[in-house]
Write a protein that binds this ligand. Structure first.
Ligand code: BDP
Length: 706
């Protein structure tokens, strides 16, 4: 058990009574292979049911006798057409499905029906999930449709197969033997994993894009992958470099308003569609962190995005245009995306989707929601989150991010009064968008378990489930995932889900509690460097974010500071204006406060800060204790790997705590609160370590080399 099967394990159900019930209900699978997608649905059900039931399900072309499982669309299945599910099918739209019991050929049957083949596939995975989690399906009646239209994963894979912020081996895409070697089973398993969640798009290359992805050679390789993913309802997208005409064809400009540049893109897009007829579109990182963009030519984001959108429109292609922008000239990086994009609201074509990270800075362990949500009312938007644990200890730490995603989706923007949550906005219930999306940066690589740490799988899982249904709770998702990934026993589920429930908060606490942010060492983002105060640009230092001195700590974003809070609707602008009405978890995001500031607990800010650091370390100890309860109750391979990873995590958590506490103590001049242990080493030690300590990132293994 090496984690390769992720949550699609299909081991035979241990509970005998339940197994017998399922066996009686599902004896034969009535399906046609009219399309590759229906064939994939049939194959998945066959594989899943054979495994779960511990016996072979009989294939059949038509319902007969008892125990039929009938799948299809009204077009592909006469049995389903005869059920006249009209209204119910209308209600679930193009990708939704119905799973119900109905009388067919005189016997009660189980039916998975949808309007499209992809809907049937999603229904198949849903039924398998219910059985994997041992639900009662005797009277099953499910009607389900996705909340969000475009549910997309983003790979930050380079063409040299190094995955930016990946930490799980090399890229899955074996460029060297594509397009010839298309039948790599891993490609199909990858597609199954995504399809099981309803993910319907994948951007296969890094947003820091290599222009050569649009060369014939790479388009042929990408087309081979697209062909593998297609039956699973997954469209392929590419990240493109904005100045591709200059890099690939020696143009002297990539000005989006220049007709010859526009023509270049039209022709290139035409070629892309010759290779990939159902190509999804482009993802673009422009004028951000050194990437080229329309501003290099005196144009704005809308000019740039629209030029690409016009080239893609004839084929129904989309542009995901990222709002992750910031420049050193800007005073407060927090403000930038809003300041640049809000004035452009309504100026984007309707096949452009502005893709916004959950927070205003950058996938930090905790951020307030980006004020762009709710502000772009006439521009399609997508939420971008990061499953890869760039800021959560890479693949060494356990950090289930369901709670973070849930926090983002549940954040109420107040754009149209109370209840205008980001989830509802993405579900299209607040503004009249043509498209909405959710995107997650994921990190699968050549590691056997795909993600490096088994529990990174759980965040991938949570992302997909939430994109399908923004109303799900992270706790319910954790329970599902744990059942499928380990087993259904209470004495396994309790520790696993307890660990998951505290893991994200633990990661916040031992790194940057109370609204501190970005205290990472520059470049690799693994360890702490709160002392870091000189860099090529101020917003690449930790000091920039915490602003700590002997009088206090925190970033003033109220009127007396950068006034970033004005970007929020009045509800939040008012709350964030005063420390007393700012949630303590976000306090130092918005306020610079004296060390003596009184917290709700009665402790001073300084004491509370140290208390949080201590709490974070203790939470990791608690996770270790809980994990030990699983000894002998789950497979030894994953048990011992996670056990070891938790040791690494504890070591790192203590390191974070000690480094940060000693640094802030040196700045504040305050003694550690009673009961809080002294850091293992003097501050100088940690500062030195920053230059020599090994970090598990192939790009920066030994920081001193840079
Ligand atoms: C930052 C990462 C960087 C990415 C960037 C982005 O450190 O590697 O390129 O985000 O999202 O968090 O573009």
């Amino acid at each position: 058990e090496d984690g390769y099967r992720m949550w699609l394990r299909y081991d035979t159900i241990a509970d005998n009574t339940l197994k017998q019930q399922y066996r009686a209900q599902l004896q034969q699978l009535v399906a046609t292979d009219q399309s590759p997608t229906l064939a994939a649905a049939r194959a998945e059900l066959t594989r899943g049911l054979n495994g779960l039931l511990g016996q072979s399900i009989k294939p059949s072309k038509a319902a007969q006798g008892a125990g039929n499982l009938i799948i299809g669309t009204p077009d592909s299945s006469a049995n389903i057409a005869a059920l006249k599910l009209g209204d119910r099918l209308n209600a679930v739209g193009p990708e939704g499905f119905i799973i119900t019991r109905a009388k067919v050929a005189g016997q009660r049957a189980t039916v998975i029906a949808a309007n499209s083949d992809a809907g049937v596939l999603y229904g198949a995975f849903h039924l398998l999930r219910l059985m994997q989690t041992q639900s009662d399906i005797a009277h099953i009646d499910v009607q389900s449709a996705p909340s969000v239209q475009h549910r997309v994963v983003n790979h930050w894979d380079n063409l040299n197969r190094i995955v930016e912020r990946g930490y799980a081996g090399l890229s899955l895409w074996e460029w060297g033997n594509l397009p010839e070697y298309q039948n790599n089973p891993r490609y199909i398993d990858y597609a199954r994993i995504n399809a099981s969640l309803g993910i319907n798009g994948t951007v296969i290359n890094n947003v820091n894009a290599d222009a050569r992805i649009l060369s014939d050679a790479f388009l042929a390789k990408a087309a081979a992958l697209a062909e593998v993913f297609r039956p699973y309802g997954i469209k392929l997208y590419l990240s493109v470099k904005f100045n591709s005409p200059m890099l690939l064809d020696d143009f002297d400009t990539a000005d989006p308003l220049d007709p010859k540049v526009q023509k270049w893109w039209r022709e290139r897009v035409k070629k892309v569609y010759q290779y990939i007829p159902d190509f999804g579109g482009f993802l673009v990182k422009a004028n951000s962190e050194g990437q080229p963009g329309p501003q290099d030519f005196g144009r704005n984001h809308a000019d740039g995005a629209n030029m690409l959108a016009d080239a893609l429109a004839p084929y129904n292609g989309l542009v995901f245009w990222r709002a992750f922008v910031y420049a050193p000239e800007q005073g407060d990086r927090f403000r930038e995306a809003y300041d640049e994009f809000k004035p452009l609201d309504g100026k984007f074509r309707d096949n452009v989707i502005v893709q916004i990270k959950n927070g205003p800075i950058d996938f930090q362990p905790r951020e307030p929601f980006s004020p762009l949500f709710g502000a772009l009312q006439k521009t399609n938007i997508a939420l971008e989150v990061q499953v890869s644990q760039e800021y959560f200890g890479f693949s060494n730490h356990l950090a289930y991010q369901g709670p973070l995603f849930e926090e983002a989706l549940d954040a109420d923007t107040y754009a149209q009064g109370a209840g205008s949550t980001i989830g509802k906005i993405l579900a299209g219930n607040v503004f009249d968008y043509k498209h909405t999306g959710m995107a997650a940066v994921i990190n699968p690589g050549t590691d056997r378990n795909w993600t490096g740490h088994t529990f990174v799988q759980s965040s991938w899982y949570a992302f997909g489930r939430l994109a399908w249904d923004v109303g799900l709770s992270s706790a319910a998702i954790a329970d599902e995932w744990a059942r499928m990934t380990f087993n259904n026993k209470d004495d396994v589920l309790a520790p696993v889900t307890d660990i998951m429930a505290i893991s994200r908060e633990a990661g916040v606490n031992y790194r940057m509690p109370l609204g501190l942010t970005h205290l990472y060492a520059q470049g690799h983002h693994y360890g702490p460097a709160p002392w870091h105060d000189t860099s090529g640009r101020p917003d690449w230092t930790a000091y920039y974010y915490h602003q700590a001195d002997k009088d206090g700590i925190g970033y003033d974003r109220t009127k007396t500071g950068s006034h970033a809070i004005e970007q929020y609707y009045p509800h939040w602008a008012t709350q964030f204006a005063k420390p007393e009405t700012t949630p303590e978890a976000l306090l130092l995001w918005f306020h610079h406060l004296p060390w003596s500031y009184k917290m709700d607990s009665g402790r001073s800010l300084w004491q509370e800060l140290v208390h949080k650091y201590d709490t974070g370390v203790n939470q990791v100890r608690e996770m270790q204790t809980q994990w030990q309860e699983l000894k002998g109750k789950i497979d030894p391979e994953r048990f011992s790997q996670v056990e070891a990873q938790l040791k690494v995590q504890l070591r790192d958590a203590i390191y974070w705590r000690d480094a940060c506490v000693s640094y802030f103590a040196s700045v504040s001049g305050l003694a550690l609160p009673k009961g809080s242990s002294a850091p293992a080493h003097p501050l100088e030690y940690y500062k030195n370590q920053e230059k020599i300590r090994y970090v598990p990132d192939p790009w920066y293994p030994f920081p001193s080399a840079h």
